[in-house]
Design a binder for this molecule. Structure first.
Ligand code: SAH
Length: 269
């Protein structure tokens, strides 16, 4: 492509945060107001989409685990073609575009074609859900680090994670997309040496009015999730820091149910 035909358009890979529109960055909100077209995923909340002005085109390319509505290659092409046609494209992704969001693949596709792009970070689900559950992901004397990992794998292949590192009791481990493989996560962590009594928090629909949170132990996590009928999207927070929620749980979601649930499952230790 020569300099004369270089596009005027641009793709903004924008993190929409975990759901509550108040948790968008100022830059994300500004770009939404200036976009020609918004290309968005399933995890982008309705409340965030409400900020897109009337008359701006919206393209839904949502996907759920194992059920790709629009294949990634197709999404890449849509973004590139819109930018080449001269549009200001906001590619809106849940959380942060570069955390388990395939934003890197989209950016590479654009970079390799010389299409201008910018990345606007967003608050990723791990830290948002932890904050809204009253759990500091690191805490002096309790957790010296945090690992963000995915509990999703292709088909029947086992999860390819460094379980020995994840079993380190001084680390907080946060699983994205972990609900489908809870049994494997529990077994592998315990087999690698993490204590079965390690506290675990599960936060679903974090930061939204319908947020639900339960606390349990590693040994009982699968059973607790089934009993409480917790569904995706949910984050799993594993580690001693979860105990701090007893004192720091500040967020009262609109659905009263949550309080009862977390009460029933609170760790006493
Ligand atoms: N890029 C996103 C993650 C995409 S992967 C980010 O940075 O947050 C999708 C997974 O993120 C979901 O399966 C779930 O594990 C997690 N997730 C996203 N939003 C969430 C929310 N509001 N509450 C709980 N988990 C969420």
């Amino acid at each position: 492509m020569d300099a004369v035909t270089r596009p005027e358009g641009r793709v903004y890979l924008v993190g929409a945060g975990p759901g509550d529109p108040d948790l968008l960055t100022v830059k994300a909100a500004r770009l939404l107001g200036q976009a020609d077209v918004v290309v968005y995923d399933r995890l982008v909340s309705d409340a965030v989409l409400d900020l897109v002005p009337d008359g701006v085109s919206r393209i839904f390319v949502g996907k759920s685990v194992g059920r790709h509505v629009v294949p990634q290659e197709e999404i890449n092409r849509i973004l590139a073609n819109l930018a080449l046609a001269g549009h200001r494209v906001v590619r809106l992704k849940g959380g942060d575009p570069f955390v388990f969001g395939r934003g890197g693949e989209e950016a590479l596709f654009l970079a390799r074609r010389g299409i201008p792009f910018e990345v606007v970070p967003g608050i990723t689900a791990a830290v948002a859900c932890a904050a809204y559950a009253g759990i500091p992901v690191t805490h002096r004397g309790v957790a010296s680090g945090v690992q963000l990992v995915t509990g999703h794998c292709r088909g029947t292949t086992p999860l390819d994670l460094d379980w020995r590192t994840l079993a380190d009791p001084s680390l907080t481990v946060v699983f994205y997309m972990g609900l489908a493989n809870l049994g494997e996560i529990r077994e592998r962590l315990i087999a690698a040496g993490r204590a079965p009594t390690t506290p675990v928090a599960v936060v679903a629909d974090g930061t939204l009015a319908r947020q639900r949170r339960l606390t349990t132990t590693l040994a009982e996590v699968e059973q607790a999730v089934v009993q409480a009928s917790i569904g995706a999207p949910a984050i799993l927070i594993i580690g001693e820091v979860v105990r701090l929620a007893r004192e720091l749980d500040w967020y009262v979601p609109a659905s009263a149910e949550t309080a009862e649930l977390s009460e029933a499952r609170a760790i006493h230790g």
